[in-house]
Design a binder for this molecule. Structure first.
Ligand SMILES: [Zn+2]
Length: 757
């Protein structure tokens, strides 16, 4: 059935579009508009065969780090006769001493969104083009993405489409099309041209999938420090990418703790500090972060977009490679599988294989979420389709400590609420592999107090994300059955106690996930309380380090930002007495009139009692859906906007009912605020901390951590300097302080070496 014919037929035929089955298909079309699919910049290159080189131009490596190397040649089904890949002029197979695997595949009109110099496609208007197409043909529908899955409301009916491995193929769930495959077509400009349900056309598929031929080398090791020019010739096209392998740096840290507050910005830190009281311009109770000696600034953009997500950003921190939005530990390719993309090696993996380090991940999110998973996981899409796989990868990677939420990803599909599509019981598999498994704060306390402390620990305390500090401690009716969840401080110190038993050293990443997850729905109090809990976790870790392992580098940063700031205060008595927006706004006070907020901290726990203020922050996020704002803590987690019958997000009448009106400045299908562009702060203390000073892309922090550890993946023991190098250097040193310093380094290094293996 041709779409073009359908729309030209009579009104009776037009009514076909009103039946549920067709509506579902139409929803899919609209949904496709917002999908994040790598798109191509092959416009303007029609005479040339498109070539994609992964890792991309400007990739940086440590010598000896593992990586996969893929070259894709698009629009042809077989590699051309002149196909050649060289590295610094030498055939790549000879250079690496390994033959590539050849692979051919098709991709559904999908084209890559960036070229090898990292230049975004000139026109990335897929969403608006597809919506335009949809609206012209069928009228308006609104769509949202939940991870990889897509949800829409059309004429009041909610439709869910489950993602599959192919980003252009979905499975319809429920309704007339239940269980059927829904496939999209895109043309070479990325315009949605049609779709099929169960193989039947519901649109014109005027573009066939694009054939591609590729070669991939897996598990190569980065060569010696230097510059490497990769040159690919295919069908007369020549493309190059330059890679830099950096000189390893000698450092004296033994352990690294990376703290990531998801979405944290300077604006939020300033507000959290001010909420704890200020007198005559100075804070009554500064944050622990404020005492950290070294500060830097990091940019967060991905290779395919200005706007970052947690996957590409946390992956930059953990691998030193800047990837695509949604991708973790890999460069996004165009093959059907989102789990076979060329991998980059994580800091955790290098430390495990060269130094037998213990590795830990602590988060307040579902632990398979993008930020925590970036410590070990490799995949192109952070959504549901890959998350169950990331749980399996965490077991295979031998991460020693995993704590957070996410039971739904570990339970077999037969279990209620499971998000697995197989029968694996990952709890049982972890237990069989020797992990101590705990699911409540009480069990965690018991495990830590046992005669033999665990060496491998899995703590999963919620089916999804953990509840936030404010709900766990104040609005406890919001936690439901999960009344015994540990906080981030307890999880952090437990992780340190377990990891600290490894004599070689450890790497721990701690994430405060709900700083981001609560500022998305514009909930300043829940976000700031979790930020304060994050700060208290850093203080606890610093105290642990001072007592147990002074040779530990602590780095604190965010993966990306949010546009939150405070612009004054609100006199709540005046505000709440107002009956119109204008009357309420009289309560908003700026400049000298702002004075200070009066959030009390009667119990002295460092957490303001938000509900007891009479003068509150006038705080706002610079983007959001249409909503109302009353500047007061919400007794339930906020849902600022809800969908109307046409699927458009409008103000939620149950949220901040007495608030002032804000018109949405996002798409009508966006339900919450989104990440913003601003650079994020970096704080550090301990050996190697001074290297965080300055401005850089956040991938630099991978190299900062590696340098602090003196990490050289090309050396047998992962060390930059051998004990001999160090003692020679010590003798050559001039002042006694220098000699003492080198002596200390040598002592640590020798100790480390002799403890290994
Ligand atoms: Zn976010």
């Amino acid at each position: 059935m041709q779409y073009a014919n359908i729309v030209k037929r009579t009104g009776e035929n037009r009514r076909m579009f009103k039946n549920r089955f067709v509506r579902k298909a139409l929803v899919v079309l609209a949904l496709a508009a917002i999908m994040v699919v790598p798109f191509a910049s092959i416009q303007g290159q029609t005479a040339e065969i498109p070539v994609l080189i992964l890792p991309v131009d400007n990739a940086n490596f440590l010598p000896g780090a593992f990586f996969d190397f893929r070259v894709e040649v698009h629009t042809i089904a077989e590699l051309p006769e002149d196909f050649a890949v060289t590295v610094n002029g030498e055939p790549a197979a000879a250079f690496f001493g390994a033959e590539a695997e050849e692979e051919t595949f098709e991709f559904g009109g999908r084209v890559t969104r960036f070229d090898n110099s990292g230049t975004p496609a000139a026109d990335f208007a897929i969403a608006s083009l597809a919506l335009q197409y949809y609206n012209t043909a069928f009228g308006v529908a609104e769509v949202t993405a939940d991870g990889e899955n897509l949800t829409a409301v059309v004429a009041g009916e909610t439709v869910v489409l489950e993602a599959t491995d192919d980003p252009l193929v979905f499975t319809a769930v429920g309704g007339a099309a239940d269980g059927q495959a829904v496939t999209f077509g895109l043309n070479e400009d990325g315009v949605v041209t049609g779709f099929q349900v169960a193989g039947q056309d519901f649109g014109k598929m005027d573009r066939q999938p694009t054939p591609a031929a590729s070669v991939i080398w897996r598990q190569l090791q980065a060569p010696a420090p230097g510059e490497y020019v990769v040159e690919v010739t295919a069908g007369g096209t020549t493309r190059t990418a330059t890679w830099t392998v950096r000189e390893p740096v000698a450092g004296t840290a033994r352990n690294v703790i990376l703290f990531v507050a998801d979405g944290m910005t300077v604006g939020m830190l300033t507000a959290a500090r001010a909420a704890r009281g200020m007198t005559q311009g100075l804070p009554d109770n500064p944050l622990y972060i404020d005492s950290m000696p070294e500060v830097g600034i990091a940019s967060t953009s991905s290779i395919d977009s200005l706007m970052a997500d947690s996957a590409n950003t946390a992956s930059s921190l953990n691998t030193g490679h800047i990837g695509s939005v949604n991708a973790t530990g890999s460069y996004s390719d165009n093959t059907p599988s989102s789990l076979d993309d060329p991998r980059t090696e994580t800091l955790a993996s290098i430390l495990q294989r060269t130094r037998d380090y213990a590795i830990g991940v602590v988060t307040t999110a579902d632990y398979s979420d993008a930020t925590p998973a970036s410590v070990w996981a490799h995949g192109r899409n952070r959504g549901d389709g890959n998350r169950a796989a990331y749980v399996v990868q965490s077991l295979e990677s031998g991460i020693d400590v995993l704590m957070g939420g996410g039971a739904r990803r570990l339970l077999p599909q037969s279990a209620e609420g499971s998000r697995r599509s197989d029968d694996r019981d990952m709890f049982a598999e972890f237990e069989a592999a020797g992990y101590t498994v705990v699911t409540t704060a009480t069990e965690l306390g018991e495990a830590m107090g046992a005669d033999a402390m665990p060496t491998q620990l899995l703590g999963i305390f919620h089916p999804g994300d953990l509840n936030v500090w404010l709900d766990r401690n104040v609005y406890t009716e919001n936690v439901g059955d999960f009344t015994d969840q540990p906080g981030l401080v307890d999880m952090t110190t437990a992780a340190l106690d377990v990891l600290g038993q490894n004599p070689n050293g450890f790497y721990l990443m701690v994430e405060a996930a709900s700083v981001d997850k609560q500022i998305h729905p514009l909930d300043q109090e829940r976000a700031l309380s979790d930020l304060i809990e994050f700060d208290q976790s850093i203080a606890a870790a610093a105290a642990w380090v001072a007592e147990n392992a002074p040779d530990t580098l602590i780095v604190v940063t965010a993966d990306h930002g949010h546009g939150y700031d405070v612009y004054g205060t609100v006199n709540l008595e005046v505000f709440n007495a107002g009956e119109t927006d204008e009357e309420r706004r009289v309560g908003i006070r700026v400049y000298a009139a702002a004075g200070y907020p009066d959030y009390p901290d009667a119990d002295g726990d460092g957490q303001p009692e938000w509900a007891d203020a009479t003068i509150a922050f006038a705080g706002a996020v610079n983007n959001g859906p249409t909503h109302t704002e009353n500047y007061q803590v919400s007794e339930v987690p906020r849902v600022p906007a809800v969908q109307d019958d046409a699927g458009i997000y409008i103000d939620n009448p149950d949220d901040d009912a007495n608030g002032i009106f804000f018109a949405g400045n996002l798409g009508p299908g966006d339900s919450t605020g989104v990440h913003t562009l601003q650079d994020v702060p970096v704080y550090a203390m301990g050996p190697g901390a001074e290297a965080v000073s300055g401005h850089y892309h956040q991938r630099e922090l991978f190299f900062v951590m590696a340098a602090a550890l003196g990490l050289d993946p090309s050396a047998e023991d992962g060390m930059v300097l051998s004990a001999t190098d160090l003692s020679t250097a010590g003798i050559a040193g001039t002042g006694s302080l220098v000699i003492a310093a080198f002596g200390l380094v040598a002592g640590l290094a020798i100790g480390r070496i002799s403890r290994r293996k």
